[in-house]
Design a protein around this ligand. Structure first.
Ligand code: ADP
Ligand code: MG
Length: 385
């Protein structure tokens, strides 16, 4: 079923937990709500589940007013981080619960219920554990039981609020892949709340980045990572560097340097917030093309080497990521001086309450050590915009 959320607002006194949130979720789509703690993710989920009411806005499910239905009529499957299983019931009894409590006319027979539970336990790969009690299960197994219980009532919408939040890292990663497979095979419209960006980017068809009750950006995982719409998203997803700069006609002034490249003419005379990913600071093959930087620190980070750089000239520090191969081939060590080129810079400019976004790719020879360290950025950056 498709969901259409329009202008949802939820206030507590003068504080907005949700502020005019709109979002369309297609049939069978897996959408992740990603944001820091307190950004309104759970509030949105609770409203969809019927556990809370908005002050304004509407939610349509296949064109029908979802908010007009009470929670039990909504056919929504819910799994929370601490949605405790019934401790005195076996796995089978827990999963069967939602079907057993149905009014008589809608309740399947005992035999049908058991067949359905069997099938669900197979789906969540817990066939052998049907007679156990929750206390006899691992955390990951418990959450799979919770999911089976949510699926038992054949929901039209699955809502997951930090379902793996209490589990250790390795179990989380395993369950992630498993959940994705399950969701695909069921074709069930799913909303997952998480503050874990890896989880969101890996699982979801689309990611909704939330901040302070508002949506900052909606996009595919790749759009969210490669084309962050706002400085918040840039800083929140992945690793990043942020430096203040100034556009002077055809040059970007940054950390005491000038970088030449194609700049939109109307950015001239503007202060800009410059963002770049560590992988955009690449090692130059020529010492006259790029900027000189001192390697403050080198650290192994997964498959890459993370370098903290002090850029020549001003006190600008930057994080870069290089392959272990490059670092070894050049015999680089902490304290060494290298030449670095910045490949792609995202410039955010404040315009009329919003953020203008431009991508700036310096000319190949647009950065040279000779142009560096000479420009005092103070007057530019401290000038009132
Ligand atoms: P998230 O799930 O993104 O961490 P929540 O949706 O739970 O955030 O909460 C959003 C904001 O609303 C938070 O600042 C929270 O303190 C506030 N909030 C949530 N529930 C209540 C409540 N019952 N009374 C007052 N403030 C609340
Ligand atoms: Mg929450």
């Amino acid at each position: 079923m498709s969901i259409s959320i329009n202008g949802l607002t939820r206030r507590y006194g003068s504080f907005s937990a949700l502020e005019r949130v709109s979002l369309d979720v297609a049939e069978g789509e897996f959408v992740a709500l990603l944001g820091p703690s307190g950004s309104g993710k759970s509030t949105l989920l609770r409203i969809l589940a019927g556990l809370d009411d908005p002050d304004q806005g509407s939610v349509l499910r296949d064109g029908e007013d979802l908010l007009a239905l009470d929670a039990r009529q909504r056919r929504v499957g819910l799994v929370f981080q601490h949605y405790a299983l019934f401790a005195h019931m076996t796995v089978t009894e827990n999963v069967a619960f939602g079907l057993r409590v149905r009014p008589r006319a809608q309740r399947p027979s005992r035999r049908e219920i058991l067949a359905r539970v069997d099938e669900l336990l197979r789906r969540v790969q817990l066939e052998g554990l049907a007679r156990r009690y929750p206390a006899q299960l691992s955390g990951g197994q418990r959450q799979r039981v919770a999911l089976a219980r949510a699926l038992a009532v054949e929901p039209s919408l699955l809502l997951l609020d930090e379902p793996f939040g209490a589990l250790d890292a390795q179990v989380r990663v395993t369950l992630r892949g498993w959940l994705r497979e399950l969701q695909r095979s069921l074709g069930l419209t799913t909303l997952l709340v998480t503050h874990d960006q890896d989880e969101a980017l890996e699982l979801a068809d689309r990611v909704v980045v939330m901040n302070q009750g508002r949506i900052e950006q909606i996009g595919t995982p790749s759009e969210i990572y490669r084309e962050p719409a706002t400085p918040f998203v840039y800083g929140f997803i992945g690793r990043s560097n942020h430096i203040e700069g100034y556009v002077e006609r055809d040059r970007l002034l940054l950390g005491g340097h000038a970088i030449r490249g194609e700049l939109p003419p109307d950015l001239g005379g503007q202060r800009v917030n410059v963002w770049l990913r560590p992988e955009h600071a690449v090692l130059s093959s020529r010492s006259d093309i790029g900027w000189t930087a001192r390697i403050v620190r080198l650290a192994q980070a997964g498959g890459v080497i993370r370098a903290t750089l002090a850029m020549h000239g001003e006190g600008v520090q930057m994080e870069a990521e290089w392959t272990a191969g490059e670092v070894t081939a050049r015999g680089l060590a902490e304290g060494d001086t290298v030449t670095v080129q910045l490949r792609e810079l995202t410039l955010f400019t404040e315009v009329g309450g919003g953020q203008r976004r431009d991508v700036f790719r310096p000319f190949r020879d647009g950065m040279s050590p000779a142009s560096g360290g000479a420009i005092d950025m103070g007057p530019w950056l401290h000038r009132k915009a």
